[in-house]
Design a protein around this ligand. Structure first.
Ligand SMILES: *Cc1c(COP(=O)(O)O)cnc(C)c1O
Length: 459
């Protein structure tokens, strides 16, 4: 409980609740939906933004340069030419099933972006995390005069390069999946890697990393502490690169490349995105880098025709809180008596990234929160209807399309932008952020929990 006379960023709890009813919902752990009053038309938002399409293209080009190495080091990517990318698939059976549950038809088509099945590390972190390791690696090779423009990057697999990188280390703080991506990629290249894991991190992720020679340091506290400790320890070592999940522009740009790839996939699927065919995208959000990067990229590619929403657990709605209060990272969920304890371990973050919160402010359409129970139930439902298995965090986006039909706030958004007539041609893309690496026994537990909760609801 928060004492009622205590002030948080200059306001008492009561004053905050009067300021925004969504904050009252957050404190009460109620599911809630919020439309961003700070969103601007794309052309205007882009004007004052320090990052541009050129930055995204630079990142995409770097990933292309590394493709010959990735193909060699991770043969499972050979079919895709060393490009780490996921499929987008239609999920019509899930759509009908949820329509029945929710008692409303969903206008438009429901699609899933399967970052859950990205090669190498099975989560959205295989975008940003791996990109930052590769960028660091390229910088070191260039500084040491081992690489010239135009070289074939398969040399990164050579013993000489591994010997060079073994003189350097990489560190990161994580709730699990970022550590997995950085650890797997860093160790493969020859770096000494240290992962600072928050209390939320699953045991199997720590075990897997240790089996690859990664040093895992465990914390009893949450994500923010693990990151702060990691940052502090890395600071004193000039040969250590710290992947800063709260502030890294490099990490962010790695995620943005998804938008260029998605554009091509939409074209292949003959899905138009224009004034008549809006694209709604629902992204699970932890600290904000992953969903922020993807959303930023999508806005650069599709402008006003892309509508991006962030999804968070009711127990860890840090971006929603930062945005709705206008205080960004100056407040955390714990300030408001919210405990940051959730089964959605990838989203267990109490304080959002200042960098992402600020950058996304004029681009983002809205945020919502949902209960862990709902994520579990949708996890089991997706498995039953489509045979696709995700981790709990990755289901957070699945509720968004139905909020477009059910929530007064989101319906207001559709009305305000005059989108009602276009909704039957809308594409709803749920970003599935993780799950493929989850061990079978663990996944069975998630699934049973979802079935159990669904049965309980029926009784
Ligand atoms: C990390 C993660 C997210 C959110 O990414 P952030 O950059 O922390 O916002 C979503 N889902 C899963 C499964 C993740 O691991």
């Amino acid at each position: 409980m928060v004492a009622h006379n205590k002030t948080i960023a200059g306001k008492t709890l009561r004053e905050w609740r009067d300021f925004s009813p969504v904050i009252g919902d957050i404190c009460a752990l109620r599911e809630t939906a919020w439309i961003n009053p700070g969103k601007l038309p794309f052309a205007e938002a882009a004007q004052s933004c320090p990052l541009t399409m050129a930055d995204i293209e630079d990142a995409a080009a770097r990933l292309n340069r590394f493709a010959s190495y990735i193909k060699l080091a991770f043969p499972e990517t050979a079919g895709a030419g060393g490009i780490i990318e996921s499929d987008m698939v239609r999920i019509p059976v899930m759509q009908r099933s949820l329509e029945q549950d929710e008692g409303v038809p969903l206008r438009g088509q429901l699609w899933l972006k399967k970052d859950s099945h990205l090669p190498i590390s099975g989560s959205i972190k295989a975008r940003g995390g791996i990109y930052e390791v590769l960028k660091t690696t390229e910088d070191i090779a260039l500084q040491n005069g081992c690489l010239r423009p135009g070289d074939d990057y398969s040399v990164f697999a050579s013993d000489d390069f591994r010997a060079l990188f073994s003189r350097y280390s990489i560190a990161v703080g994580s709730t699990g999946n970022l550590g997995l991506s950085i650890g797997i990629m860093g160790a493969k290249l020859g770096f000494r890697v240290t992962v600072h894991m928050s209390a939320d991190a699953r045991q199997w992720k720590k075990d897997l990393l240790r089996s690859k020679g990664v040093r895992v340091i465990e914390y009893k506290s949450d994500y923010s502490t693990a990151v702060a400790e990691g940052r502090k320890q890395a600071e004193s070592d000039p040969f250590c690169h710290f992947v800063d999940d709260e502030n890294s522009q490099t990490l962010f740009l790695g995620y943005t490349v998804a938008a260029l790839r998605l554009k091509r996939q939409l074209t292949e699927q003959r899905i138009a995105v224009d004034a008549e065919h809006p694209l709604f995208v629902y992204l699970p959000c932890g600290v904000g880098g992953g969903p922020g990067g993807v959303a930023f990229g999508l806005k650069q590619v599709f402008g006003d025709h892309a509508h991006c929403f962030f999804a968070e657990p009711t127990h860890a709605p840090c971006m929603l809180l930062g945005m709705a209060s206008g205080e960004n990272n100056r407040v955390c969920v714990q300030d408001f008596g919210v405990d940051n304890r959730t089964a959605a371990d990838g989203l267990a973050v109490g304080r959002a990234s200042a960098f992402v919160g600020g950058l996304l402010r004029p681009f983002l359409s809205g945020c919502y929160s949902l209960s862990d129970e709902r994520m579990y139930k949708m996890l089991a439902r997706l498995a039953d209807t489509e045979g696709i298995y995700l981790e709990p965090s990755a289901l957070a986006g699945m509720y968004g399309p139905f909020l477009m039909e059910k929530s007064a706030a989101f319906r207001g958004y559709i009305a305000r932008f005059g989108l009602d007539a276009q909704m039957p041609h809308a594409t709803h893309l749920v970003w599935a952020t993780g799950g493929n690496m989850v061990p079978r026994a663990e996944m069975e537990k998630y699934y049973s929990r979802g079935r159990e909760l669904a049965n309980r609801a029926v009784e």
